[in-house]
Design a protein around this ligand. Structure first.
Ligand code: PLP
Length: 450
């Protein structure tokens, strides 16, 4: 029978092992682990089918904003559900998708006035890449054949072929090399381990100079510059030096290169401002949003762009200036309704101010850990935290990969009621922007203990 009693834990586990291929999971090892099967969420806690409770220390993969079962968001979805669950944006429209576009435009920096919806962070970036590529072929002042994108050396922008192409995390992306389009990679300006012959400051300066050189030498062929503003999350919470993004903007402006800011992870308050690029007063040509956009409730993404880009896509149908891209669930009304409710709640609860308090609390709580013999560095921007574990601080030597130290710490945290997920040997904390301070204190305490 396919009818399943939810109390039948053994059967659920068996079916999970037999049929579910989990993302980003080495499945052989994974099947031997008894991963919690989450049945419910209450506030900032996850509850599994055995009744164990865990604090959600990474906002359910960096997307939850106000907690789980939030009455205002639940209500908005139910209200929309009573009208229609889904209708297409291909040739039709829907009130929540229109209202959300307006709300996003009102909040976005610069002259981002157009919203193209999709369903995930990967597709938000994919759309930006395709739009930028096509834009040069149709733009006012004559077409240009620009074919290459600039990206950061250890970037992560998602898992579709386009977004993998602008990625550079060897473990995730190396295998697809022959499938991907060629990019210009600029060195990520971070310096925990500086190459031979460089001081920390000297290396950061070198990274900036390299970025400048690569742009100047290749600008005629550059279709866009893709970057996560301020923090490269999946690279292990790698924080760029102040002013880096601004410098990228100056140069991309100078050479009319569209700047694509991927705020999938850093958007919606996580770095301390609503959008991260605000901190350097940077106005991008494309802004990619996902994760927190729908409060972590439903799949939704948006790629925002300017009239300048949009206008290059205007013309008679036979001119072929159409953007032939759109997913079935693009702009789903339930997800847009959740997003609208979330934006309202964000405002009402003055979450930016709360994030300021969360930021200070995390810094204070984690400071003793900085001296730990196996902590190489604690990186924090707002409420995004990466604690890099090292085998030895002398030379910042990594643990052997077989030790899976990040994973071990995560399991210890889980035993103590905290759900986190590492990136290699970097312990990630990514609490929800609305998590109360006492609970956030607990997250820090458990992490230190683990
Ligand atoms: N871009 C960034 C910066 C991300 O952190 C992620 C996901 O972690 C993505 C894109 C991809 O988003 P999604 O997993 O929703 O496709």
């Amino acid at each position: 029978s396919t009818l399943l009693s939810f109390s039948d834990i053994t059967l659920l586990r068996k079916w999970d092992n037999d049929h579910v291929w989990h993302p980003f999971a080495p499945m052989q090892a994974f099947r031997e682990e008894k991963v919690p099967i989450i049945e419910r969420g209450e506030g900032f806690e996850l509850i599994d089918i055995e009744g164990n409770r865990y604090i959600d220390g990474i906002s359910s993969l960096w997307c939850n904003v106000h907690g789980h079962q939030v009455p205002e968001v639940d209500e908005a979805i139910k209200e929309q559900l009573a009208k229609i669950g889904h209708t297409t944006l291909l040739g039709l429209s829907s009130p929540p998708s229109i209202q959300l576009a307006k709300a996003l435009v009102d909040r976005a920096p610069g002259d981002l006035s157009k919203v193209f919806y999709s369903d995930s962070g990967s597709t938000a970036v994919e759309v930006a890449i395709k739009l930028a590529f096509q834009y040069h072929q149709q733009k006012a002042g004559g077409p240009e054949k620009r074919t290459r994108f600039v990206c950061m050396s250890n970037a992560y922008h998602g898992d579709t072929v386009g977004s993998v192409s602008v990625g550079g995390i060897s473990l995730f992306h190396r295998i697809y090399g022959n499938l991907l389009f060629e990019t210009i990679q600029v060195p990520t300006p971070v310096a925990l381990r500086t190459p031979e012959g460089y001081t920390r400051v000297g290396y950061l300066e070198h990274c900036v100079a390299e970025m400048e050189r690569l742009i100047r030498e290749n600008h005629e062929d550059i279709a866009g510059f893709v970057i996560e503003p301020l923090v490269q999350g999946a690279a292990g919470m790698q924080i760029h030096p102040t002013g880096y993004l601004k410098r990228v903007r100056e140069l991309t402006r100078e050479y009319d290169i569209p700047l694509i800011c991927d705020e999938v992870a850093v958007g919606f308050g996580r770095t301390g401002t609503f959008f991260a690029c605000e901190q350097e007063e940077v106005e991008p040509d494309f802004l990619c949003l996902a994760k927190g956009i729908s409060a972590g409730y439903l799949p939704l993404a948006a790629t925002m762009t300017t009239d300048k880009v949009f206008n290059a896509f205007l013309g008679e149908p036979q001119e072929g200036k159409t953007f032939y891209h759109g997913h079935t669930y693009t702009g789903n009304p339930l997800a847009c309704a959740a997003a609208l409710a979330s934006l309202e709640l964000f405002e009402q609860q003055n979450l930016l101010e709360h994030i300021g308090k969360q930021t200070a609390l995390i810094a204070e709580k984690l400071s003793p850990l900085a001296e730990h013999p196996h902590v190489g560095e604690i990186r924090q921007k707002g409420i995004m935290v990466g604690i890099e574990l090292v085998g030895s601080r002398e030379g910042m030597l990594a643990f052997p990969t077989t030790a899976r130290m990040g994973h071990q710490v995560t399991l210890e945290a889980r035993k103590r009621g905290l759900m986190i997920r590492p990136l290699g040997d970097v312990i990630i904390l990514m609490p929800a922007p609305a998590m109360p301070l006492d609970l956030l204190g607990e997250v820090c305490d458990i992490t230190i203990e683990a």
